[in-house]
Design a binder for this molecule. Structure first.
Ligand SMILES: [Zn+2]
Length: 413
């Protein structure tokens, strides 16, 4: 038995028994009532010491806190390193740490969500899992589905970087390229999954998709209890919201004395969560999350993982930013490329542009006086850059070309 107590609608507050509802609250027409998973925290408190005593090999080290009965699907998600980032910190004027999520088994933090969702799908005898994705969730769901011997269907926008379209197919998934945006892929995935009875991973539908991401918060609470800030890119908003939920829970369970502030970073081409956060901060001091999914104008950004025009979890992300006393910033593609060079050159972490946006976000927040000199700042490098070398190409110097005898090698090298 899991310690899930109820599913609570973020829009109307209705509570459902865990077995009664698979996806969203049915009380809302045309908008999404995303359900939040609530646990029996009294009983979790009884188990937390035993959880913390053991090593954190992977996210299943936190099994009593996860909504999975019995053996979860194992591929190695979680238990990632927190790196002291002295050179990066010098460049940014902060005490920097890098949470290196690029080493997750399929290359991103999405593996934390997929581990839990695929484990639940297997336990409930689903045969097919599906999701819409800008790439990382696709690879992650496909990899975990392969391990669990489930079939996998992926809906992607047709302009996906090549490696991101290849990786899920290598894991045996069927990839459906949708001639449209991520929002179009999401909607088609929702319709087709409902028609055909596929288990839908999408975090704005599936209340359990965000639950694995809490383990990033758990790990940060253990690894960096004195952090002032946790900085994350925001696409759909659910990674940041899930991480914050984990941090809050560890505070509630007495593991963490005080929680860090969350800094959410978006790219100039996709600013919907930032826009909502700023608008709500101006008009509703104590915040509301009842707005429909916000939309940003349809620009482009090199950070494809966070190029989400209509983020379904914007409300959750804004609430996390507000509850934590945090803030949001927007960064340019040029600043993202600089962030990629800094993460690689200072710390040896080859991160994708979305992750580099977090580095750029620290610089912007320093300039705005939001993050102060010397603050202890965790930058979450959410995914590897190896899946999108075409973007990285724009951030690096040209190859030095010489002949076989070495002629042409610059003297200054
Ligand atoms: Zn509701």
């Amino acid at each position: 038995m899991t310690l899930v107590e109820a599913l609570v609608c973020g829009r109307c507050g209705r509570r459902y028994a865990p077995g009664d509802m698979e996806y969203t609250c049915p009380e809302h027409d045309g908008v999404t009532g995303i359900l939040d998973v609530r646990y029996d925290y009294e009983r979790l408190r009884d188990q937390i010491d035993a959880v913390l005593d053991g090593p954190t090999d992977d996210l299943w080290s936190y099994e009593p806190l996860l909504p999975v009965d019995g053996e979860g699907v194992r591929l190695g998600a979680g238990g990632t390193d927190l790196l002291d980032a002295l050179a990066l910190g010098d460049a940014l004027g902060v005490d920097a740490l890098v949470k290196n999520e690029t080493t997750n088994p399929t290359g991103s933090n999405k593996d934390r969500g997929s581990a839990v969702v695929v484990s639940r799908a297997r336990q409930q005898d689903h045969e097919v899992v599906a999701c819409a994705s800008t790439g990382n969730a696709a690879a992650s769901l496909a990899g975990y589905a392969a391990r669990a011997d489930l079939e996998c269907r992926i809906f992607v926008p047709a302009d996906l970087p090549e490696a991101k379209a290849v990786q899920p197919r290598l894991y045996g998934a069927t990839v459906i390229g949708v001639d449209g945006s991520y929002a179009d892929a999401y909607e088609l995935c929702r319709e087709v999954s409902a028609d055909r009875g596929w288990y839908n991973r999408n975090a704005a539908m599936n209340p359990y998709a965000v639950e694995g991401k809490r383990t990033l918060g758990f790990e940060l609470a253990e690894q960096a209890p004195a952090a002032d800030w946790v900085v994350m890119p925001m696409g759909n908003g659910c990674s940041l919201a899930g991480t914050w939920k984990g941090l809050r829970e560890f505070e509630r369970l007495g593991v963490l004395e005080s929680t860090p502030r969350m800094l959410g970073v978006q790219a100039e081409g996709a600013t919907a969560i930032y826009d909502q956060f700023v608008t709500e901060s101006e008009t509703v001091p104590d915040g509301g999350t009842g707005r429909d999914t916000p939309r940003s104008n349809d620009e482009e950004t090199t950070a494809d993982s966070i190029d989400v025009g209509a983020p379904h979890n914007a409300g959750k992300a804004c609430r996390a930013l507000r509850e934590s006393g945090g803030d949001a910033v927007v960064v340019s593609d040029e600043a993202i490329r600089e962030g990629q060079r800094l993460l690689g050159g200072c710390e040896g972490v080859f991160a994708e542009p979305a992750s580099a946006a977090a580095v750029a976000g620290v610089r912007t927040a320093r300039e705005r006086g939001v993050v102060e000199h010397g603050d202890r700042v965790v930058v979450v490098a959410t995914g590897t850059g190896l899946k999108d070398t075409a973007s990285a190409q724009q951030a690096v110097e040209d190859v030095v070309t010489v002949d076989a005898a070495g002629d042409g090698l610059p003297e200054e090298l």
